[in-house]
Design a protein around this ligand. Sequence first.
Ligand code: FES
Ligand code: FES
Length: 163
Amino acid sequence: MKRLITLNINGQDFDLAVSPRDLLVDVIRRKVGLTGTKKGCGQGDCGACTVLVDGRPVLSCLTLAVAAQGKKIQTIEGFSEGEKLHPIQASFVEHGAVQCGFCTPGMILSAKALLDRSPDPSEEEIKRGIAGNLCRCTGYKKIVESIEAAAEKLAAREEGRMS
Ligand code: FES
Ligand code: FES
């Protein structure tokens, strides 16, 4: 039996008919059509399906879509700033932290949540912040460097706003 729910994704409301057992990752990808969120293991191990729910990283393959009602969901599609890449995205590109790209959306959203709660993280904090996101390609060094560089970019932008 389908239920009608409304999900707020990237600031836009989507009215959707879902079964109570539908997973958030499948609804985002198949019903809403936002395929930037990846489905890797489907069992909570790889982090590819990470989205932000009320600003916190959540594994959408372990989350029921009905449980996300009334919350603000952010996917990678809501991340760029108009035509411009968000500073975290730009840093990933500049530092060669994107190879096959499968882990990248989840990795970037975990990095965003980390930098929101800790704008100047240590290397250890960064490693902990992305510990749930697996990457088969990069060896993580470039990803960690990207997040460090993104923290600097965001701090400079904040200073520019305040001066
Ligand atoms: S697809 Fe969700 S953790 Fe792997
Ligand atoms: S860039 Fe390929 S899995 Fe991370």
